[in-house]
Design a protein around this ligand. Structure first.
Ligand code: GDP
Length: 423
């Protein structure tokens, strides 16, 4: 069974906790895109873990985790993440972590370039996490990037780095008027952080093929959501990679394989980190209350997230782009404080109602049309069966399911591993 767990909205839907939950049935968990701009928060028996690069399966010692060729890896960050988890007793070794030789290395120069560009854009900034992700994907498509497999061959690495920095410094020095990136320093950084990772580098495609041949099940873990996809999202306020399920086999190393199942994760309300159109956005006290109730502060950056009611046009579009077969609705418990729950059912664009998610200037001009559903106004965090949920909560879930046109199979009612309902 090849299953992808993907985001339906703008990211932060709670994919990490769903991967953590479902990974008990899988032997392998693979990340297939993005870098350490991701922040997955997982609670295991009340203990909090934040993962940026490592797949969420790392918290289950029997699962093998893969960082696929579609990823961009800041090796200093990865090393730090591995060390921090290991210090907390999490098992990490080449037997349960495989890193693709084809994944691109995100360098300090990329991080600097990201910061320089965001600063240059000032008021018009994209809301980057400033971790070098857009510049390293840019380098990759310019065919300049270093890859993990280069770490295995020191001479090749040096040659490649020298050519890369010659090019990169044209931009840093003459473009931004910033100091050049130093060759020796970068090489030292690569050696120091690359060395401990060498035993993990392999052909993840071969490993995954072998796993499939041995009858093992593989879970693909996405970062961010459909609306952040580079092609189909709210461009240019997107991520720089393909966040869609269709890319999972390609980004993990097995481009010829097809997924058997796509589980989309969506939140019971909307959140969005960073800039860009967010039609259903709430402001003022109502926003503050929802942000507080949901603890909506970025896992990677600590930035307060923009919040709003569940957005039907955006979520239906997300379900379609992901080709979701089933959905997980997370954080239903967060809405328990509301007497009536707003839902954005339509957009109005240029005076006309639309159920479809628009693009370009139309999205900028879209206005939300809200409907209100009755709240349940009681604590639902201990509910573990569908029938235990108050009728109003069930009605809310059923309403969303119908509105987006895909069955909601899981409903989560708390951050802890077992705080969910399977229907
Ligand atoms: P991801 O990037 O999609 O994995 O999402 P994040 O980790 O950024 O955000 C999800 C946040 O919501 C994390 O802090 C989770 O612990 C928390 N969370 C997930 N599911 C639930 C839930 O059902 N209820 C509550 N209250 N919190 C949840």
């Amino acid at each position: 069974m090849l299953t992808a767990i993907v985001g339906i909205n703008w990211g932060d839907e709670g994919k990490g906790r769903m991967v953590d939950l479902l990974s008990r049935k899988y032997s392998v968990v693979a990340r297939y895109q993005g870098g350490n701009n991701a922040g997955h928060t997982i609670y295991v028996q009340g203990e909090k873990f934040v993962l940026n690069l490592l797949p969420s399966g790392i918290l289950r010692p029997e699962v093998v985790n893969v960082l696929g060729p579609g990823m961009v890896i800041d090796i200093a960050h990865l090393r730090g993440e591995m060390e921090r988890l290991a210090a907390r007793g999490v098992k990490i070794g080449p037997e349960n972590l495989r890193i693709s030789g084809k994944a691109a290395i995100c360098l300090p120069a990329n991080v600097r370039q990201d910061c320089l560009e965001e600063d240059r854009l000032a008021g018009e900034k994209y809301g980057s996490t400033r971790r070098g992700i857009a510049p390293i994907y840019g380098d990759k498509y310019m065919k300049k990037a270093l890859r993990m497999e280069d770490l295995l061959e020191p001479e090749r690495l040096e040659r490649h780095l020298s050519r890369l920095l010659e090019w990169k410094n044209l931009l840093l020095e003459r473009g931004y008027g910033a100091p050049a990136e130093d060759f020796d320093e970068t090489l030292r950084w690569l050696r120091e952080n690359g060395e401990p990772l060498l035993p993990y580098i392999c052909d993840t495609g071969l490993f995954l093929e072998e796993s499939i041949a041995a009858g093992k099940d593989i879970l693909f873990e996405a970062q961010l959501g459909a609306l952040r996809d580079i092609d189909y999202g709210i461009y240019p306020f997107t991520s720089s990679s393909t966040t869609l399920a269709a890319y999972a086999p390609i980004g993990a190393g097995i481009p010829g394989k097809k997924l058997d199942q796509v589980v989309g994760v969506m939140k019971a309300y909307s959140t969005c980190v960073g800039e860009g159109p967010f039609t259903c956005e709430l402001f003022g006290e109502r926003a503050e209350a929802l942000r507080e109730a949901g603890g909506e502060y970025g896992a990677a950056t600590g930035r307060p997230r923009r919040v709003g009611p569940f957005d039907v046009p955006a979520s239906r579009y997300g379900v379609r782009m992901q080709g979701a077969d089933a959905l997980a609705l997370t954080k239903l418990d967060v809405l328990s404080y509301l007497t009536e729950i707003p839902v954005c059912t339509w957009y109005e664009v240029d005076g006309k109602p639309t159920k479809d998610f628009p693009g370009g200037g139309k999205l900028d001009r879209a206005r939300p049309v809200l409907e209100f559903l009755p709240g349940w106004e009681c604590d639902i965090r201990s509910c573990r069966r569908w029938q235990e949920l108050p009728a109003a909560a069930r009605a809310y879930v059923e309403y969303l399911e119908k509105a987006v046109g895909c069955p909601i199979r899981y409903v989560s009612v708390g951050a802890d591993r077992d705080a969910y309902i399977e229907r």
